[in-house]
Design a protein around this ligand. Structure first.
Ligand code: SAH
Ligand code: SF4
Ligand code: F3S
Length: 487
């Protein structure tokens, strides 16, 4: 087996682990593979690992990297949390994301009593917060390994420290980095879907929106080199991938800090040239940095999907300023106008926060007005969550829960009404659909997506999975369409 240009079988474990990455990690993977073989023989069964992901697409991609490492080690992946290794990749963007993790960790206590050699690992954004780690150390002693967002690549080394250096000992292995400038390339990654993949183009965030914890837990912005991104995509395409989702907290500021700076629009032009790649998506776009050049690339591209996620957060310029978003309501509306003029049939989605500190009924009505004006195809709506350490958490005029809830319901009703109307207008149209999988509820149906990211279920043969076909949208069902294949 060749990984990162090195022969895995030839790694000599009698040597010291190499200092260079990623070679060092392959050494630990091999060490763990041998350890796992012995365990399997003893137990007369495979060893199972469960990776549960909370949060955004960044975390989903990180979990694919962790899964890639686990599979090289020799674990069988399972959806069941009754496994020999359970890993939670956590999110802390809102309070309820944290609560879910504590709940799950509590439930694992019983399972570990049954299977004392079970390994429990937690990583991701929550672990970058000191208070969280203190709480786990105190109240969740069953956790074996804690690491954060900057050292995902080191997972094999940390697992090896736990199971090989101190087998049976109770000590937790904790490895947390405040920030990093390092990007380790060429580690394995396992994809959830054979035909599409997320691709990180940058890590971290420099925007410090005043409500948001992400810059504190993901560190400063770091872009991958365009060569590395293109090499990864070329490799993915060779392996069957037809659609990529370029990932970053603010893809529009991609490349600014590279030794040889390059814009996101230019990166897209290069990705477009990858032969065999059919569809390109990206997220997330911060409205303040969306350039005319990017709009031009989207307009002239054959591969970039007709879909844009453009978080609004609030329709009140007064609040946008308090949120540190660097655009006004008017800027945002103008941007939408420009994009729609260039790409008329584009699907627009957004994120909106309800109940940011100091939000008045007037502010909220402005948000409703923008939603009515833009008419989003879909919108993710969130109740403001007070994140300790962010500037907004210190503001004294927090909005009472009942007021937030009432506004949230009104916004959701409007968003859903518009979304249903927009979907209804598409019924009867025949569109290109990329067939992604068998429908989870009904195996007679297939599930695919349009360029505009609409989900469509339709009857069809499994052999169509991974193909682009024409489907007539027969019925809008809220979050999805029912369709029929046109030949
Ligand atoms: N980088 C992306 C967003 C990442 S977080 C961007 O700027 O668009 C995803 C969404 O979570 C945000 O767009 C915001 O709407 C929401 N969010 C972030 N912090 C929040 C908080 N404290 N309370 C409620 N929602 C929040
Ligand atoms: Fe958070 Fe703002 Fe960065 Fe998005 S751009 S991750 S909302 S700080
Ligand atoms: Fe959550 Fe971290 Fe993403 S906080 S939203 S998983 S970057």
């Amino acid at each position: 087996m060749l990984y990162a240009g090195m022969d895995f079988d030839a790694i000599d474990l009698t040597n010291e682990p190499p200092a260079r990455e990623p070679q060092r990690q392959y050494y630990f993977m091999k060490q763990l593979r041998e350890w796992l073989e012995i365990k399997k023989e003893k137990l007369h069964r495979p060893l199972y690992a469960n990776v549960t992901t909370f949060g955004c697409q960044m975390n989903a991609r990180d979990s694919e990297k962790i899964t890639g490492i686990l599979k090289i080690i020799g674990y069988e992946m399972t959806e069941a949390e009754e496994a020999d290794l359970v890993l939670y990749n956590t999110c802390t963007v809102r309070e309820n994301a944290n609560l879910k993790v504590y709940g799950r960790l509590g439930q694992l206590k019983k399972q570990k009593e049954k299977n004392p050699e079970m390994v429990i690992a937690v990583c991701g954004c929550m672990m970058q917060e000191k208070t969280v780690v203190e709480k786990i150390k105190k109240s969740y002693r069953n956790v074996d390994i804690i690491f954060g967002t900057h050292n995902i690549f080191k997972f094999a080394e940390l697992l090896s420290m736990k199971v090989l250096d101190e087998p049976g000992k109770k000590k937790m292995v904790i490895d947390l980095w405040e920030d990093t400038t390092q990007i380790v390339e060429e580690l394995p990654a396992e994809r959830k879907y054979p035909f599409k993949s997320g691709v990180n183009i940058m890590f971290g965030c420099n925007n410090f929106c005043s409500y948001c914890i992400v810059p504190y837990v993901r560190g400063r912005e770091r872009s991958r080199k365009p060569e590395d991104i293109l090499a990864e995509i070329t490799c993915l395409v060779k392996d069957g991938v037809k659609e990529v989702m370029l990932l970053g907290q603010n893809v529009n500021s991609y490349g600014k800090n590279l030794e040889q700076p390059i814009t996101f629009a230019e990166l897209l032009r290069r990705v477009e040239k990858v032969e065999g790649l059919k569809r390109i998506r990206f997220m997330t776009s911060h409205p303040k940095d969306l350039s005319d050049d990017l709009i031009e690339v989207m307009r002239s591209s054959e591969k970039i999907c007709k879909q844009l996620h453009l978080p609004l957060q609030s329709g009140s310029t007064r609040l946008l300023e308090k949120m540190n978003r660097h655009y006004t309501k008017e800027d945002y509306l103008l941007l939408v106008e420009k994009i729609r003029k260039a790409v008329p049939d584009i699907t627009l989605s957004t994120d909106i926060i309800v109940g940011f500190p100091g939000e008045t009924e007037e502010d909220f009505k402005e948000t409703l007005a923008v939603v009515e004006r833009v008419r989003y195809d879909s919108a993710f709506t969130f109740l403001y969550s007070r994140r300790t350490g962010t500037p907004a958490a210190a503001l004294s005029d927090q909005v009472p829960d009942d007021v937030c809830k009432e506004r949230f319901d009104r916004l959701l009703a409007l968003v859903q009404k518009i979304s249903a109307e927009k979907n209804e207008a598409l019924v009867g149209k025949t569109v290109e659909v990329f067939v992604e999988e068998e429908n989870k509820q009904d195996p007679a149906l297939l599930t695919g997506r349009t360029s505009g990211n609409h989900l469509v279920h339709f009857p069809g043969e499994k052999a169509l999975i991974g193909e682009f076909i024409q489907v007539r949208l027969e019925e809008g069902k809220g979050f999805y369409f029912l369709g029929s294949r046109q030949v």
